[in-house]
Design a protein around this ligand. Structure first.
Ligand SMILES: [Zn+2]
Length: 307
């Protein structure tokens, strides 16, 4: 295991070094111009909360940057998000737009098309599973998205590229430490089965080699019907009666009524896994909120899987 960890570390630092080299010479021709004539402010808009947290880290201390968030920070995933006129204006007035991609922003696909010269797609280049868009819900995915955002910002705003790369590397180091920390807690539960609440955890499960035995709601708001719920309950009960351990997880952002019914019918306890999609913009700890939430997820999983 030490060997694997060392290899992982080495691979990470090599990737970081290559990344640093390649990002230091962005093409000047693509630099965005501030569109506000009064100031030199560069307006960067993130479509949703997890990207905003990455941006806070990457643009930390960079002067002349104005960050904003399109969907309010309590929105959660954007699966059911309805765009407002105010949102349209915000997109229009942004110099740089940062989106998750992989289908998360399907509702603004046409608008994104018109902004493609100033658009950063954080999931670009990440190998998707079943076209699932929840890339950030694994340390590996968060590392990919951070790298992609740093590359994109350095390309679009080359005058601040050095700062983005430095900040980015500092945050990437934190994310890599988080990843190592979570592996040190979760590797002993490799192969265990979990039931999750919405389709947010395939990358998380794959990173820690957990098996998603069932997903209660495919996406938030699509509560399972009585027939589907009954099937899920009998499926979970048969896994349990085969002598397997299984852990049931709801999410803080969404109603847990279906999870409660399943818990009652299977004797499982409901734990909470946080897909890190909501937060408080005024929190003084917001920059570390992803890392804090993921550490807590590791602790919760350990507690649930150790039973
Ligand atoms: Zn989602």
């Amino acid at each position: 295991m030490n060997n694997t960890n060392n290899r992982k570390k080495l691979a990470f630092f090599m990737a970081a070094a290559i990344f640093l080299l390649s990002s230091c010479s962005p093409k000047k021709a693509t630099a965005v111009q501030p569109n506000n004539t009064d100031t030199n402010t560069i307006k960067i808009t993130a479509t949703f909360y997890p990207l905003y947290v990455s941006l806070l880290n990457i643009t930390d201390g960079v002067e002349g940057i104005e960050l904003s968030l399109l969907a309010p920070p309590d929105t959660g995933c954007l699966h059911d998000y309805q765009l407002t006129t105010k949102d349209m204006k915000k997109i229009e007035n942004s110099n740089i737009l940062v989106a998750n991609g992989a289908g998360m922003e399907d509702f603004i696909e046409k608008i994104l098309e018109t902004k493609k010269d100033s658009l950063i797609i954080a999931s670009e280049g990440f190998e998707l599973t079943d076209n699932n868009s929840h890339v950030w819900v694994s340390p590996e995915g968060a590392i990919h998205q951070t790298q992609r955002i740093v590359e994109g910002l350095s390309h679009l705003d080359p005058s601040n590229a050095t700062k983005y790369v430095m900040n980015g590397n500092a945050y990437l180091l934190k994310l890599q430490n988080l990843r190592n920390h979570m592996h040190s807690i979760l590797d002993e539960y490799s192969g265990k089965k979990i039931v999750t609440f919405h389709e947010a955890f395939p990358y998380f499960a794959s990173e820690f080699n957990l098996e998603i035995a069932s997903v209660i709601e495919r996406e938030p708001g699509e509560a399972p019907g009585p027939k589907e719920l009954k099937e899920q309950i009998s499926e979970i009960n048969s896994i349990i009666s085969d002598g397997n351990k299984i852990a049931l997880f709801a999410e803080p952002q969404y109603s847990s009524s279906a999870a409660e019914i399943i818990a009652k019918e299977t004797g499982l306890k409901v734990y909470e896994l946080d897909p890190c999609v909501t937060g408080n913009l005024k929190s003084e700890y917001i920059k570390d909120s992803y890392i804090t939430a993921m550490k807590k997820n590791a602790e919760v999983l350990k507690e649930a899987l150790a039973k």
